[in-house]
Design a protein around this ligand. Structure first.
Ligand code: VG1
Ligand code: CO
Length: 543
C-alpha cells in the first residue's frame, strides 16, 4: 500500500488543555487539522515506529472518520500494532486499562467528554502515556511545539478497516486488533468489588436507575449491572451510544441529568441513581431524594473504602484537586493517611498513583478514581457505592447523614458562568490576582478575608511545578472561594467559582447548600466584581 507525504503548515491553537485538544467538531473536520495534530503527537512522543497503541473513544460524531485517519497515519509511520475498541468505542477508563494491561506505548482517545457532540458540537483528541494516564505537561508541550513547526504528515492510502467485527486485521505491516470494548474492563471491576454482595443486594429487590446519557457507558452498564449483577432489565436508561448523545449534553450533574434527578425524587423513586458522562470517566450519585455532591462522594468512598475487596488493606493516601472541597481531608486526618492537593485535571494525579503515594483520587467535577487505572472512572465509582451500600445496608441519605455527623460537613457548590467574553474573563482574573496581596484583613460583604493566594503545585514525585492554577481566598468563618477559568471549553471563556463553608455543629448539618453558602457567594461577587463585569446576574450552571 502507498504511503503518501502530504505538505501542510502549522495551524494555530493546537495546544492541549486540561484534558487533550478540544475544539468544535467543524474545526477538527477542516483540511489537515486532525492530521496535523496526530502527526504532532507522533513527533511529540518520539515517533510510533514499532510501537503499540490503543485507540478508541466515546463514539461521538466524526469519531469513525477520525479513527480511520489515525489508523492510516499510525500505519504510515510504522506502528507495529493498534488495539482498537469495536466500532472505535472505548470508555476513557477502559482505554486506560487496555493501555496498562497490554503494556502498550500509550493510546489515543477520541472524546470531548461531557461536551455535546455532533457537527455543531465538540470533538477532542487526547494522548495517554504508557502508564494509562493523560499525557503530562512535559509531553503535551512537545506535541504543541511539534504542531507549531509541522511541514508534512504521512498517511497510508487504503480502504477503511472494518472496525465492526472483532479480530486481527492488517494495514500494510501494522496489525489492527479490534477488541470487545467491555470485556477486559468488566473483568477488572469484578476483581475490585464484591460482585456477590452487590448481586445479592439486587436480588433482594434493591432498585437502581443508571442514566448512560446516550453515551459510551451504555454497553458497559448493560453488561455489568444488568447481565452480571442481575439488576432488573430497564435499570440502564439511554443505554445506546449515539453520535450526538441523543441531542443532549452528556454531563452528569443535576442540570443536564435532570431526568434522573426527577426520577430519584418522590415516594416511588428507586433506591439508587447514577449517571456518567460522554466518555465514561465522570459519575453522578443520587440516593432517593438525596443528591450526593462529588466532593462528598469521594470522601464517603475513602471513609468506607475497606469494604471493597481491593481496598480492604487500607489506603496509601488520597488526593483531590485544589477546588474540590476539603471533606476528603477530614477523612484522611482520621485515617491517618496522606492527603494531596493537586491542580485541576486528572493528569496531575498520575505521578502520585504511579509512585504508590495515593490510592484514591477525586475532583469536584464528578471525577473519582483509584490506582486501578490512570483516569477517573465513572462506573467504577458507581460500583464502589453499590459495594458500600450492599455492605452497610442503609439508604444513601442515611449514609451521608452518618458521614457528616462523624466528620463534619463541607457545604459546597460550583457556579459556572459560560460563554463569557474571553477578554472580560481574563481581566477579571488578572485584576483579582493583582489585588490578592492586599485582601487579607479586609472585610468584604461582611466577612473577613483570612488569606488569599494563587495556587501553584510542586509535584512531590518529579519536582515539576505548575503555576497559575486558580485564585483562592479563605474567610475567617472557615469559608473558601476559588476562581479559575475552564481549560476544556471551546467557546469564549467559562469562569468557575468554587464555594465552600465548613460546618461541624450537629444541629446545622442538613441545610440547603445554596442557602448555607449565600454569605460566601456574596463575598465572591463583591471581591471579584463578577456580576458587574460580566453583566450576569446568575450562574449558567450550579453543581
Ligand atoms: C474540567 C473539570 C476538571 C476535569 C476536566 C476533564 O476541566 O473542571 O476537573 O478534570 O474537565 O474532565 P476545566 O478546565 O474545564 O475546569 V472530562 O470528563 O471533560 O475529561
Ligand atoms: Co469525561
Amino acid at each position: 500500500m502507498d504511503i503518501i507525504t502530504v505538505e501542510t503548515q502549522p495551524i494555530a491553537g493546537q495546544k492541549p488543555g486540561t484534558s487533550g485538544l478540544r475544539k468544535k467538531t467543524r474545526t477538527f473536520m477542516e483540511p489537515h487539522f486532525l492530521e496535523n495534530f496526530v502527526q504532532s503527537i507522533w513527533t511529540g512522543i518520539g515517533g510510533v515506529a514499532g510501537k503499540t497503541l490503543v485507540l478508541g473513544g466515546d463514539g461521538r460524531y466524526f469519531s469513525d472518520r477520525a479513527a480511520q485517519v489515525i489508523l492510516r497515519m499510525a500505519a504510515a509511520s510504522g506502528a507495529a500494532r493498534i488495539i482498537v475498541g469495536q466500532n472505535a468505542l472505548l470508555s476513557t477508563p477502559a482505554a486506560s486499562h487496555l493501555i496498562r494491561k497490554h503494556g502498550t506505548d500509550g493510546g489515543v482517545i477520541l472524546s470531548a467528554s461531557h461536551n455535546p457532540g455532533g457537527p455543531d458540537g465538540d470533538f477532542g483528541v487526547k494522548f495517554n502515556t504508557p502508564n494509562g494516564g493523560p499525557a503530562a505537561e512535559n509531553v503535551t508541550s512537545k506535541i504543541h511545539a511539534a504542531s507549531e513547526k509541522i511541514t508534512t504528515y504521512r498517511i497510508m492510502e487504503a480502504q477503511d478497516i472494518d472496525l465492526a467485527t472483532l479480530g486481527t486485521k492488517s494495514l500494510g505491516r501494522t496489525e489492527i486488533e479490534v477488541v470487545d470494548p467491555v470485556a477486559d474492563y468488566a473483568e477488572l471491576m469484578e476483581e475490585i468489588f464484591d460482585f456477590d454482595a452487590i448481586a445479592a443486594l439486587f436480588a433482594g429487590g434493591f432498585r437502581m436507575r443508571f442514566d448512560a446519557m446516550h453515551a459510551v457507558t451504555g454497553p458497559y452498564a448493560h453488561a455489568i449491572l444488568e447481565t452480571r449483577l442481575g439488576a432488573a432489565p430497564g435499570t440502564v436508561v439511554n443505554g445506546t451510544p449515539s453520535p450526538d448523545f441523543g441531542g443532549g449534553h452528556p454531563d452528569p450533574n443535576p442540570i443536564w441529568a435532570k431526568d434522573l434527578m426527577d426520577a430519584m425524587h418522590g415516594a416511588d423513586a428507586p433506591d439508587f441513581g447514577a449517571a456518567s458522562d460522554g466518555d465514561g470517566d465522570r459519575n453522578m450519585i443520587v440516593g432517593r431524594n438525596c443528591y450526593v455532591t462529588p466532593s462528598d462522594s469521594v470522601a464517603v468512598l475513602a471513609a468506607n473504602a475497606t469494604l471493597a475487596p481491593r481496598y480492604a488493606g487500607g489506603l496509601k493516601g488520597v488526593a483531590r484537586s485544589m477546588p474540590t472541597s476539603r471533606a476528603l481531608d477530614r477523612v484522611a486526618l482520621r485515617l491517618e493517611c496522606n492527603a494531596y492537593e493537586t491542580p485541576t485535571g486528572w493528569k496531575f494525579f498520575g505521578n502520585l498513583l504511579d509512585a504508590g503515594r495515593a490510592t484514591l483520587c477525586g475532583e469536584e467535577s464528578a471525577g473519582t478514581g483509584s490506582d486501578h487505572v490512570r483516569e477517573k472512572d465513572g462506573l467504577w465509582a458507581v460500583l464502589f457505592w453499590l459495594n458500600i451500600l450492599a455492605a452497610r445496608k442503609i439508604p444513601v441519605a442515611e449514609l451521608l447523614e452518618d458521614h457528616w455527623r462523624t466528620y463534619g460537613r463541607n457545604y459546597y457548590s460550583r457556579h459556572d458562568y459560560e460563554g463569557v467574553d474571553a477578554e472580560t474573563a481574563a481581566a477579571l482574573i488578572d485584576d483579582l490576582r493583582a489585588r490578592l496581596p492586599d485582601l487579607p484583613g479586609q472585610t468584604v460583604a461582611g466577612q473577613e478575608i483570612e488569606w488569599a493566594d494563587e495556587f501553584a503545585y510542586d509535584d512531590p514525585v518529579d519536582g515539576s511545578r505548575a503555576e497559575q492554577q486558580g485564585l483562592r481566598l479563605a474567610t475567617r468563618p472557615g469559608g473558601r472561594i476559588v476562581f479559575r477559568l475552564s481549560g476544556t471549553g471551546t467557546e469564549g471563556a467559562t469562569i468557575r467559582v468554587y464555594l465552600e463553608t465548613e460546618e461541624t455543629d450537629p444541629a446545622k448539618l442538613d441545610r440547603d447548600p445554596q442557602e448555607a453558602l449565600a454569605g460566601i457567594v456574596a463575598v465572591a461577587d463583591a471581591v471579584s466584581g463578577l456580576s458587574e463585569r460580566t453583566g450576569r446576574t446568575a450562574p449558567d450552571v450550579i453543581t
